[in-house]
Design a protein around this ligand. Structure first.
Ligand code: MG
Length: 174
């Protein structure tokens, strides 16, 4: 029998019941705040434009969760041509994605998120966003990472015309 306390001991093989999912989204920015991001309204000089509440980070999160279990994407679940999705709170999209991965027998281990924007600065609001997303998923905030990157002044993000987000989610069998 391998010694359970020996980190170098050979362990019996077990199936790795993990999946990863990747989500990505972009929205145009318009003048005047607040900016809805990660389920939080951030005061400032810009807001995101979209059919729903335009929460670019939650949209990328939904696609990461659905992608991890081969369950399509946010556009198929909540078409932006549907009247019932106009101005809709994206936390409802996350709740539906969580319902689907839970029903399929999966749970979220952790998330790593990148938000690309010139404004607002993400670092000061990263922890409240981690807490908000953790609460939506029922996991501790420490298992959610949110990082900001600028567009280095070039391209649509650098010109403050757009905001983008990428999320990687690790799922395990529940
Ligand atoms: Mg979107």
């Amino acid at each position: 029998m391998p010694d359970a306390n020996d980190p170098h001991a050979v362990r019996p093989w077990t199936p790795l019941d993990f999946r990863i999912g990747l989500g990505e989204d972009t929205h145009r920015l318009g003048p005047g705040g607040p900016l809805r991001l990660g389920g939080i309204d951030l005061p400032g000089e810009v807001h995101a434009i979209g059919h729903s509440d335009a929460d670019v980070l939650l949209h990328a999160l939904v696609d990461a969760l659905l992608g991890g279990i081969h369950a399509g994407d946010i556009g198929r679940l909540f078409p932006d041509t549907a009247e019932e999705n106009r101005g809709r709170d994206s936390r409802e999209f996350v709740a539906e994605a969580v319902r689907r991965i839970t029903a399929a027998g999966w749970m979220v281990v952790n998330l790593d998120c990148v938000v690309q924007t010139e404004v607002p600065k993400i670092a000061p609001v990263a922890e409240p966003i981690c807490a908000a997303i953790g609460a939506m998923l029922g996991i501790p905030a420490e298992r959610v990472s949110v990082k900001g990157k600028t567009g280095e002044g070039v391209g649509p993000i650098g010109r403050r015309e757009a905001i983008a987000a990428r999320v990687v989610a690790l799922l395990s069998r529940s």
